[in-house]
Design a protein. Structure first.
Length: 106
């Protein structure tokens, strides 16, 4: 699946736009994970437990986006974006969205 944050894809011609597609994941860290992250905050620096959680949530949202696009017959996603919303303390929604398209080499 080709993808870009832009609205054109260098080296390709957009032959058909198929509409908005999205991938959504809602995640929380376990009580034990939150405790471990709290310990890391005492020492400063990268809080790796949260970094890993965020990376995994983004990857899962992206994979769901690609599945949604493929189901529509797309081979590219244009205008790819991420958004995150805290639903409740410790629970976050990660949304990955863009425009599904069919592209051919230019």
């Amino acid at each position: 699946m080709h993808n870009t944050t832009g609205f054109t894809l260098t080296g390709f011609r957009i032959t058909r736009e198929l509409g908005t597609v999205r991938g959504i994941v809602v995640r929380s860290r376990s009580v034990i994970g939150n405790f471990g992250a709290s310990i890391q905050t005492l020492f400063g620096g990268d809080i790796t437990l949260y970094t890993e959680l965020c990376e995994r949530a983004r990857q899962d949202a992206y994979e769901r986006l690609c599945q949604h696009a493929a189901a529509l017959g797309a081979n590219a996603i244009l205008g790819l974006r991420y958004d995150a919303t805290e639903i409740s303390p410790g629970v976050t929604e990660v949304l990955c969205y863009g425009t599904a398209a069919q592209v051919t080499p230019a």
